[in-house]
Design a binder for this molecule. Structure first.
Ligand code: PLP
Length: 405
């Protein structure tokens, strides 16, 4: 079996992740930050160590500025709902996941003004277009760091500079890059960073959160929910300090034990080394898929501004690879279509005949597919990860070649 669905959830996990979770369940088990006994203190230590590991990974000065939640969707909703008010203007890109688009569309109905800046058909964003969209009442720019459809990297550092110049906040959806690509909230000018534990951070599902930087006004910030925090129990009002302001109710502590171990694994390996391995596999995959010969007969299942080679030649390529065709400018996620076949058909054959597991369709990002011209059919998506090998990429290219006929 070849697992190429790491863009959805990474698998397998480093052994230390499972060991940390089993250790927590067998030896600790208590509620962190609630009681004063030794097991509760130990649980609190495990949660704090996960915070510290993430702070080191993202170059966050104060680990207490990380609010844990169940996934990046919750973190992004927290940031958007926490800050935006009717009358505010927010800018985003056309490559966003529905975890950004849906809360923004709901906020739009409540009186927040939204500008969606168009990306190129290869999935890239020109930072000048972001700057051109700034208005007097703009409050925030929200960007997907790495597209979950074509892997294109969006210019967060340039957007960070624009935001600083105009006094705006920058919220980054790092679902696809956290753990796979270097992130430095200081150097990149990121005020809010949403991350999810179960992808490249190597943790389990049910973990994620939001970094809330010092430029965010906590007095105006609205948490998504309020409740018990184990702190300031004499008060009936929510604590006004981080992370308690945004962390109500008992945490997924066993999950955070695993997430902490996952991030420590990444720190040991070095994100630069992980990136280097994944970039080499991505280049091999893109080249391999592009080299599959044209059949000359089939039609790609999609219409629109396809980025595939052979465009305008009159003969459809056997395989259309989307995105910029440059591994240095993208994550290890590659989308393609086989001429004449629906993505779902290709995915089924890859699974049943070749044991290759991937994702097909729209990947919860309809706007991104409209941008690259593959809406509504979508694409076949190979999401490579740190544990994949060049032999697996070679086998997958061969499988697609056979399917393409
Ligand atoms: C870019 C992007 N944003 C947000 C999400 C949502 O992640 P989660 O389901 O972990 O909240 C994903 C997951 O596929 C994603 O790729």
């Amino acid at each position: 079996m070849i697992y190429f669905d790491n863009a959805a959830t990474s698998w397998p996990k480093p052994p230390g992740v499972i060991e940390a979770m089993v250790y927590f369940m067998q030896k600790v088990g208590a509620n962190p930050g609630r009681s004063g006994h030794r097991l509760s203190v130990e649980a609190g230590r495990i949660v704090y160590e996960a915070r510290e590991a993430l702070a080191e990974l993202f170059h966050i000065e104060d680990p207490l500025r990380i609010a844990f939640g169940y996934n990046v969707t919750e973190g992004l909703n927290l940031a958007l709902r926490g800050i935006l008010r009717p009358g505010d203007h927010v800018i985003t890109s056309s490559m966003e996941h529905n975890s950004v688009m849906r809360p923004l569309r709901a906020l739009e109905r409540e009186g927040v003004e939204l500008t969606v800046v168009a990306c190129s058909p290869q999935g890239f964003l020109d930072p000048a277009d972001v700057e051109a969209a700034v208005r007097p009442h703009t409050v925030m720019v929200v960007l997907n760091h790495g597209s979950n459809v074509v892997g294109s990297l969006l210019p967060v550092a340039e957007a960070g500079r624009i935001c600083r110049q105009h006094g705006l906040l920058l919220l980054v959806d790092a679902a696809q890059t956290a753990g796979a690509y270097p992130i430095d909230v200081e150097a990149d000018g990121i005020d809010l960073l949403g991350f999810t534990g179960h992808k490249a951070l190597c943790g389990p599902m049910g973990t994620g959160g939001l970094y809330i930087g010092p430029r965010v006004d906590l007095e105006r910030f609205e948490p998504l929910i309020r409740g018990g925090t184990g702190s300031r129990s004499e008060m009936e009002e929510q604590p006004d300090f981080l992370p308690d302001l945004c962390e109500s109710g008992t945490a997924n502590t066993v999950g955070l034990a695993g997430l902490g171990a996952g991030v420590r694994f990444l720190l040991e390996q070095g994100v630069e080394n992980i990136r280097c391995h994944e970039q080499a596999l991505t280049a091999q995959l893109i080249e391999g898929l592009k080299a599959i010969p044209s059949t000359g007969s089939g039609q790609a299942p999609s219409t629109g501004p396809s980025a595939g080679s052979g465009r305008g030649s009159g003969r459809r390529p056997g395989v259309t690879v989307y995105g910029g065709h440059d591994a240095a400018r993208q994550t290890a996620t590659v989308s393609f279509n086989v001429a004449g076949l629906e993505p779902s058909e290709v995915g089924l054959r890859l699974d049943e005949e070749y044991g290759i597991l991937c994702r097909v369709g729209l990947h919860c990002a309809p706007s991104a597919h409209k941008t690259i011209g593959t809406f509504p059919t979508g694409t076949v998506r190979f999401g490579l990860g740190y544990f994949n090998t060049k032999e697996e990429v070679e086998a997958a290219v061969q499988a697609v070649r056979e399917i393409a006929g």
